[in-house]
Design a protein around this ligand. Sequence first.
Ligand SMILES: [Zn+2]
Length: 177
Amino acid sequence: MFIDTHAHIYSEQLLEEKNEFLERALRANVTTVLMPAIDTQSHKSMLDMEAVAPVTCLSMMGLHPCSVKEDFKQELDLIGNYLEQRKFVAIGETGLDFYWDVTFKEQQYIAFKQQIEWAIQYDLPIVIHSRSSTKECIDVVSQYTGTGLRGVFHCFGGAWRKLKRLSTRGFIWVLEG
Ligand SMILES: [Zn+2]
């Protein structure tokens, strides 16, 4: 039995392949799929997946760093409401992404820290997306040492040395590729 810890199977681009994906998962003995949230545009389709899938699909709740724009406060308010209403498997995906666009760098930090606070408050693991921002993400996470913060760094493409530094603090690293 396996758990897929990161699949956006609810996303529009994958809609057509969704059933095939789930069948393949079943055949490969994947019994649970964890679905990282992106933003309020896609939260509904993610939550709908929980009800229909033959594989157990569990939702996270959060705001992806690439979806942090002018309206990020509104997005965070809606996410806060969801978290009050029901239980989620994790907070995420969140983090920092300086690869595509740094226009909202400051706002990305605010959103990331808010989501870390929620992870601590609700005692949930956090799923961190760090693209061209591994050092910055480590620096943020380090500020919360001793709070019980834990989770996964997904899509890690940095140096082994950094990985060793953080792996002692309750985080698992999923390597790129
Ligand atoms: Zn993702």
